[in-house]
Design a protein around this ligand. Structure first.
Ligand code: MG
Length: 223
C-alpha cells in the first residue's frame, strides 16, 4: 500500500494526489475587499508567494505565530495546476487546471501593515508555516464553470465571508495566462485567487469551516 505524506500533497476527492509546489497568491482580486483594505483594484494582478511548507491539509490546526497579535482569515478559491506551461494563452488556460479547492490565505495583518508602511515584502505576513490550508481538490472535469462558484467561510457557526468567483476582477483563465507569462507554471503549483470582503481576526480556539459550493469543504482549528 502506498503511503501518502498528506503534509506535502494535495489530496483530490477521487483519492489521487499531487506534490505541492509554489503557491501564487493574488491580492485585491475582489473590488469590495480592496475597498475594505483602503486600496484600489490594481491595474496589473498583485502577486505574492507562499512556500510549499505553508500548505496545511484539511482537518488540521494552526498556531498563531508569536510575532503577531492579529491573524486574519482570507477565504479563497484555489486552482491547482496539473501540467507545466509557459506563456499559456487565455483560450487554452483551463487545459492546465488539475482541479479546484477552497483555501484560507492566513495573513498576519499587523505584520503586513508594517511591511506596507515600510515598502517591504509580505513574505513573513503571508508565508509562515501553515498559512495556506487547502481542502480536498475537486477534479477540474467535475466543475463546469470555475468563474461562477459560491464560497463561504464560517467561524464558530457565524458566517464571516460569502462570495462568488463571478465577482473576481480577473478570471481563472486570465490569472493562469498572466502568471505563466511571468513565472511559468508547473504541475503542483497552485493559485490563491483572492478573497471577497469580510476578512476578520481569528483567535485561539476558533473552529473555521469553508465551503466551495457543494463541491468540497475545509476545516481548520486555531490552537
Ligand atoms: Mg488573499
Amino acid at each position: 500500500m502506498e503511503i501518502i505524506d498528506t503534509s506535502r500533497n494535495y489530496i483530490f476527492t477521487d483519492g489521487s494526489h499531487i506534490p505541492v509546489g509554489t503557491m501564487y497568491c493574488i491580492g485585491r482580486n475582489y473590488a469590495a475587499h480592496a475597498r475594505e483594505m483602503g486600496a484600489e483594484v490594481p491595474s496589473a494582478p498583485l502577486v505574492f508567494l507562499k512556500p510549499p511548507a505553508a500548505y496545511l491539509p484539511d482537518g488540521h490546526s494552526i498556531r498563531i505565530p508569536s510575532i503577531s497579535q492579529n491573524m486574519h482569515h482570507e477565504l479563497e478559491m484555489v486552482v491547482v495546476i496539473g501540467k507545466d506551461g509557459a506563456d499559456i494563452p487565455v483560450v487554452n488556460a483551463l487545459d492546465y487546471v488539475a482541479g479546484y479547492a477552497v483555501g484560507i490565505d492566513f495573513t498576519l495583518r499587523d505584520i503586513q501593515a508594517i511591511a506596507k508602511q515600510k515598502g517591504e515584502p509580505w513574505a513573513v505576513a503571508k508565508g509562515f508555516v501553515g498559512s495556506a490550508p487547502i481542502s480536498k481538490v475537486v477534479p477540474a472535469h467535475e466543475v463546469s464553470n470555475s468563474n461562477d462558484i459560491s464560497l463561504q467561510l464560517i467561524v464558530n457557526q457565524q458566517v464571516r465571508q460569502i462570495g462568488t468567483t463571478s465577482m473576481m476582477e480577473r478570471t481563472v483563465e486570465e490569472l493562469i495566462a498572466y502568471l505563466s507569462s511571468i513565472f511559468s507554471l508547473r504541475r503542483g503549483d497552485c493559485i490563491f485567487t483572492g478573497t471577497p470582503k469580510g476578512v476578520s481576526q481569528v483567535k485561539s480556539g476558533d473552529c473555521i469551516t469553508c465551503t466551495l459550493e457543494d463541491f468540497t469543504t475545509l476545516s481548520v482549528t486555531i490552537q
